[in-house]
Structure formats: structure tokens, C-alpha cells
Ligand binder design. Structure first.
Ligand SMILES: [Zn+2]
Length: 182
């Protein structure tokens, strides 16, 4: 299942590759930069985050031991970022994503980019793990936290708004009568 999905991503993005952050120099540089920018609050870049840069997905050390279905769900999220990068081109994508780091706290462009990808996370969870998994409050807590916490530089710290985006997305994904765009 995982191998087949990776092939599917490569059909669309022939240069797609997966690189472990461990021992990767670029990842180390980014890690240090993020620690500086967030005054040390962002400490998990190497160990917890999946990051797409260009056609490369940088994965944390735990990747190989992660459940296959969870890896496919992550890849579906990251494929959205690959498509966004193609849509916006890399410089514009980097601009939308990175510039609002200053000031930290209100990064609407980044929030929208991540939101689109997290909708796919929800859709993939529903399809691959079923409705109970998609409705699991722990998943919602985790995703909402990503928007409102230091994880992504407090990119959109309005918990009630993120929460209602989430509920709305879940409703539209779960309801087959409402067209959901890919
Ligand atoms: Zn993302």
C-alpha cells in the first residue's frame, strides 16, 4: 500500500524523494534557524515534522517504524504541499510560507496552506481508517493545536476559528452529497 502510493506520487512528481532529517545538513540548518526565530520554543523540527522542500520530503527518524497507513496519510498531506508548490511556484510558496514568520503569531498565508493540507489529512483518515478515526477528538485536538501553538509559530492562534474550520471540513468530507473538490 505504501509502496504503491509512493509510486503514485512519483507518477505526478517524478523527482519526488524521501530523505531522513537525521544526518541531513539542510535540515540541521533549518532546525537551528527555527530555534532562533521561535526563541527556543520550536525544538522538534528534526524529530516530529515532515517537511516538503522542492520535490523532497524530509522525514523524522521515526518514519521507518511508523504504521504504513499513517505514512500514507502523511504522504497525502504532503502531496497537497507538492501541488501547492507547483501551483504557486517555489519562490512564491516560500514567501507565503516563510515571510509571515516575522512577526510570529499571525501567519494567515501559512495557515491557509496548511489548512488545505490538513483537510486532505482528514479525508485520508476517513478513507483509510474510517469515520470513527476521523471523528476522534484527539485528532482534532492535535490538528487544532498545530495551528494555535508554537509548532508552526502560532500561525493562527484563534482556537475557536480553527475549531470551526475543522468541524466544517469534517462535515463536508463526510457528506457524499456535497461536492468536495480534490
Ligand atoms: Zn503541512
Amino acid at each position: 500500500m505504501l509502496a504503491a502510493f509512493i509510486r503514485e506520487v512519483r507518477d505526478e512528481f517524478p523527482n519526488f524523494r524521501i530523505v531522513s532529517k537525521k544526518g541531513d545538513r539542510l535540515s540541521r540548518v533549518i532546525d537551528v534557524a527555527l530555534r532562533v526565530v521561535t526563541l527556543g520554543r520550536m525544538r522538534d523540527y528534526l524529530t516530529h515534522y515532515h517537511t516538503v522542500i522542492g520535490d523532497t520530503l524530509y522525514v523524522p527518524e521515526s518514519w521507518d517504524e511508523t504504521d504504513e497507513v499513517d505514512r500514507v496519510i502523511t504522504l497525502r498531506h504532503e502531496r497537497v504541499h507538492l501541488r501547492q508548490r507547483r501551483r504557486y511556484t517555489l519562490p512564491l510558496m516560500a514567501l507565503i510560507y516563510l515571510v509571515p514568520l516575522f512577526p510570529i503569531g499571525l501567519a494567515y498565508g501559512r495557515a491557509r496552506i496548511e489548512w488545505e493540507a490538513y483537510e486532505e489529512t482528514l479525508r485520508a483518515t476517513l478513507e483509510l481508517k474510517g469515520p470513527a478515526a476521523a471523528r476522534n477528538p484527539a485528532l482534532k485536538r492535535e490538528i487544532v493545536r498545530r495551528f494555535t501553538s508554537a509548532d508552526y509559530g502560532y500561525m493562527w492562534p484563534f482556537e475557536s476559528q480553527v475549531s470551526s474550520w475543522y468541524d466544517q471540513a469534517l462535515r463536508s468530507i463526510a457528506s457524499p452529497t456535497r461536492g468536495v473538490s480534490e
